[in-house]
Design a protein around this ligand. Structure first.
Ligand code: ZN
Length: 383
């Protein structure tokens, strides 16, 4: 039943070596098409070790794409970070930080802003097609330099990140699949790409500014955004999200860590295909976004609530339902105070919030991040 025009390919990409000489590799799957016209896509999952649902979503995407009319190249990478993926301690997967350097695995991607201005100077009068091709090549060359021509070497995490980034830079649209700890589904979306957020079946969107902080989504769209700004400053106007600047990237938070659900993954995959249909990557009009209330919040209003005290937390607030001012998010049990003090402490805020995720364990120290909430939010409407 599969679509005979789709060319499926599987390779194994080396990303490092362990002390014993064991090779670190990640599988790379791709669908290409004969009649290539549409934008290309790169999708990866499991950069953080415990955030495994994206692997199941990639499985479902590969299955559903068999029967899709594909217009643009699609590359999919599960188990993107084999070190983090295998980083267990007792029953738990750790895998959010490189255990040797302490750096967040998703803060190691590369972007050097200083290359932008000279490029815009050199190619100020170039054709649109030339700008697109030359800038993409520049981004790839930067990564190539880092990987292959750096006498001082790279950290384990940088080597993994740059190998993945080399694949991401070849695509127009990039999805980095993550999860929260215990979490609702939410999407990190560049402010300029807000219109696209309504095509995912995800009820919560965080609109992020165009700042680079080392994450995959930023490493993909920031170079193009800075380039567009540089041309604008010289009087040549391009629209972000259009034409040669049809570059978008999202961090897709698929729910909670440490679990996969293949049925939910099927739903998640359909939401991603709805976005790919909207962007012209596939020609499959049956994939349309679900009707749902979608809430958005600017990154500056996406707040962490830190525990005012140590104790055992009973998390009360439901995800995705606006919580009225003064209503408790959680109550904290302090048995040491029982009998001669207050064994229960309620945690509330003085304004309405939308709870998005909470800490994965009931036992917390003073200062542990209890909840993350939209502190100011609004409804996101499809145009
Ligand atoms: Zn993550």
């Amino acid at each position: 039943m599969s679509n005979s025009k789709n060319i499926f390919n599987k390779t194994v990409m080396p990303v490092g070596e362990m002390a014993s000489g064991a090779k670190l590799t990640v599988p790379v799957y791709s669908y290409k098409t004969d009649g290539f016209v549409g934008p290309s896509v790169y999708i990866q999952a499991n950069m953080h070790g415990a955030e495994v649902q994206g692997n199941a979503v990639i499985f479902q995407l590969l299955e559903l794409l068999k029967d899709c009319n594909i217009k643009g190249n699609i590359t999919l990478v599960p188990y993107a970070n084999p070190v983090a993926c295998n980083h267990k301690n007792g029953e738990y997967t750790l895998g959010r930080f490189d255990p040797i350097t302490g750096v967040n695995w998703n803060r190691m991607y590369h972007f050097d802003e200083s290359v932008i201005a000279p490029f815009a100077d050199k190619f100020i009068d170039a054709t649109d097609g030339d700008i697109q091709q030359q800038f993409k090549q520049l981004m790839l060359n930067e990564i190539e330099q880092k990987l292959e021509h750096n006498i001082f070497g790279l950290t384990t995490g940088q080597r993994i990140a740059y190998q993945l980034q080399r694949l991401a830079h070849q695509a127009d649209l990039v999805l980095d699949l993550h999860t929260g700890p215990i979490s609702s589904k939410h999407l990190y979306c560049p402010e300029y790409a807000q219109a696209s957020a309504s095509y995912f079946d995800i009820p919560h969107t965080i609109l992020i500014p165009n700042d680079f902080d080392g994450a995959m989504d930023e490493a993909t769209f920031c170079p193009w955004w800075y380039l567009q700004q540089a041309y604008e400053a010289k009087g040549r106007t391009f629209e972000m999200g259009q034409g040669i600047f049809n570059k978008e990237s999202f961090t897709v938070e698929l729910g909670s860590q440490e679990q996969i659900d293949l049925d939910v993954a099927h739903q998640d995959a359909m939401g991603i295909l709805s976005y790919l249909q909207y962007k012209g990557v596939i020609d499959a009009p049956n994939y349309q976004p679900q009707e749902m209330t979608r809430y958005a919040c600017y990154l500056k209003d996406y707040k962490a609530l830190y525990s005012p005290m140590g104790g055992m937390v009973d998390y009360l607030a439901n995800f995705g339902e606006p919580l009225a001012a003064g209503e408790p998010l959680a109550r904290i049990l302090r048995m040491d105070n029982y009998g001669d003090g207050d064994p229960l402490h309620y945690v509330a805020l003085d304004h309405p919030v939308l709870p998005i995720l909470h800490f994965a364990s009931a036992s917390v120290n003073q200062g542990t991040e209890l909840y993350k909430v939209f502190s100011k939010f609004f409804e996101l409407n499809a145009e």
